[in-house]
Design a protein around this ligand. Sequence first.
Ligand code: GCB
Length: 620
Amino acid sequence: MTGFPVRTFPLRACFAFRRAFLFLTAVCLLSTKAFAAPAPIVLTGSDRRPATSLNGEWASIVDPYFSGLFSFHHEEKKNGWFMNYKAKPGDPFPTEYDFAKAPKLKVPGDWNTQRPSLMYYEGPIWYEKDFTYVPKPHTHVFLHVGAANYHSWFWVNGQKVCEHEGGFTAFNCEVTQAIHSDNNFVVAAVDNTRHEDGVPGLETDWWNYGGLTREVSLIEVPESFIDQYDIHLSRSEDGIIEGWVHVVGAQPGEKAEVEIPGLHAKTTADIGADGRAALHFNVPGLERWTPESPKLYKVLIRAGDDSIDELMGFRTIETRGTEILLNGKPIFLRGIAIHAEAPYRTGRAWSDKDAETLLGWAKELGCDYVRLAHYPHDETMLRAADRMGLFVWSENPVYWALEFDNPKVLAKAEQQLDEEINASRNHAAIILWSMANETPNTPARTQFIETLATRARGLDPTRLITAALLVRAQGNTKIVDDPLGKALDVIGINEYIGWYEGHPDSADTTEWQIAYQKPLIVSEFGAGAKAGLHGGENERWTEEYQANVYRHQLPMLNKIPQLRGMSPWCLMDFRSPNRPLVGIQDEFNRKGLISDQGQKKLAFYVLQKAYRNKTIGKAD
Ligand code: GCB
């Protein structure tokens, strides 16, 4: 097993061909298989493996013109800053950088909140770290990167090990050939420049935090190793766990084994030529995962010399008409939307503590569900949600307007979707894969997202596909008929009655017309309020105004017959450059029920009462 765990190579090859032979373009783009690189290594459950942490202080050089990588004629340098060259007396050339003298940045961490001069920085920054390592024979070593926003390049001891695009998903760079005994160094260039053909694109309503925002480590695995697995409760056969284990480097006929000691259940399966062992085994006495009782089992996965000790819950999720069924029973999702903004300190959230604070507040609010907007969140959030009994809506960063007619953009969205699903498909908490948020209703958009939905179903047929749609209006009637709804199992809609349109009491006279007989989740509604600002209930930005919006929204939503859940916008205030209003927003979106410093606003208690007393929502 060799090669870079990224899809960029085959696409690049395609684009090189395009220059020479235009007619080949379509062939190239439609059949990347012909030029396919080895499948990316996923290392599902990587946080359950022993690892050598590379967290901590890294040397950093801000490089707005990217002169560490590109020459004055914009050619990629052979001796760029990734060589970490130490100037010697008498060198016949100057060395204009020195990581040893460079200031430090903490990893994990966005750079913006670590240095005032970087708060607004968008561009490349170089990172360097020295480390010692003693590789063992007959192993593969991967550099595991939890997330690097947005585009990143990695070198170990001067050798390029990978390049990755996408700011919110983990990836693995094989470093087996580049790493050696004792002293090593790793250099990364991370560039958070926004691009028209990026995913997300140019406009977002959140801060474009750059850097190595999640944990970085080295993971050593045997020659043949468990790369991915999907272990879930069957929807169709009662008391059966099914799925597969994918082992890289195994010979057909070798075995993979899955054991759940707490249930005295164990199965052994043959690995096929595709590296997969199919699972299908009985689990008598299994206690199903529910928000009230989020039972997690220790699951031991073994193949050859490799093993992973997982912690998993088991449940089924499906729809029937306009209902959502958990373990066969209708549910209503009492939720809240959450950005990965770190409570109290601001910046990109990543730690267990961040997850426990945010999800702890969601529990206090009376939630059993969280919409993790607008991109895949850190694994720590998913583990905490499994533990705490919170359903999760997990989202691909297809946000607002993208170049929906650009096949390159589709490939990027597909890559991020694959990374999201392959890494996190074993979390009982995740019940919804969201394909997109508030995208413009055009044929190109619909085709783009339908393609993603089909792909998501292929990767994971056990969960529900959704997206947050926009709503149109005719007089007092809100109409939900976006054609994208056809491709979804659950319709998500965002509406801001009482904030972007009308007054809080406009909700009282609003009627709803929904073209789809499917479950509906109101994935956003809300209003801005500055914590501590008080006044009349029709005075914008006051806590009273926000609470008033919630008071009028809840009875209106209760009248929608197929309403099966909601996740108002949002749990906590978060940084957004679109929100400059001095003295009120100060570059924070203030629609949180809690301020970024943990102060609860009045609307928190309005929603808490409705959730705790179950005066909102039907089905249980
Ligand atoms: C939306 C977006 C969300 C924004 C929010 C707002 O519809 O989905 O990302 O932050 O509205 O506050 O306007």
